[in-house]
Design a protein around this ligand. Structure first.
Ligand code: RTP
Ligand code: MG
Length: 143
């Protein structure tokens, strides 16, 4: 299986719940290594740009308002089949539909405040990583 990189955000609700460590632990226990990380409070423009594909959707305004409501921590995860594996660990967008034991089942309170973001495809991952990280911020994985 291919070694991939994917992009992850721990959203403001999960940062406020003090569960960054628990979420990192789930990544690591599932074979995903953190190869870049930063914590920041997104600006309106950063959040709008990041979610531009949803700009015509009814939930866009609320989504952006939520994403700028507090600090987030974002990371690049590397491992075998990382994009899909990460989406599996996260669980469904709506926590009511998320499988037991997934991050969203355990930490998300609603579809709007759903704890984490993860890239939905390899091409998306490359674009999203480049949106927030420069090449020299991506570290080689130590094996
Ligand atoms: P994300 O991009 O945050 O990882 O979430 P996702 O792929 O599972 O879901 P996506 O379709 O990309 O939607 C982005 C975020 O918008 C909010 N959303 N609300 N009310 C709604 O019907 C609705 N649909 C999506 C969610 O917070 C979702 O994470
Ligand atoms: Mg998405």
């Amino acid at each position: 299986m291919a070694i991939e990189r994917t992009f992850s955000i721990i959203k403001p609700d999960a940062v406020a719940k003090n569960v960054i460590g628990d979420i990192y632990s789930r990544f690591e226990k599932n074979g995903l290594s953190i190869v870049a990380a930063k914590m920041l409070h997104l600006t309106q423009a950063q959040a709008e740009g990041f979610y531009a594909e949803h700009s015509e959707r009814g939930f866009f305004k609320d989504l952006v308002a939520f994403m700028v409501s507090g600090p987030v921590i974002m990371q690049v995860l590397e491992g075998e089949n990382a994009v899909l594996k990460h989406r599996e660990i996260m669980g469904a967008t709506n926590p009511k539909e998320a499988a037991a034991g997934t991050i969203r089942a355990d930490f998300a309170s609603s579809i709007d405040e759903n704890a984490v973001h993860g890239s939905d495809a390899l091409e998306t991952a490359q674009r999203e990583i480049a949106y927030f990280f420069s090449n020299d911020e991506l570290c080689a994985r130590t094996r």
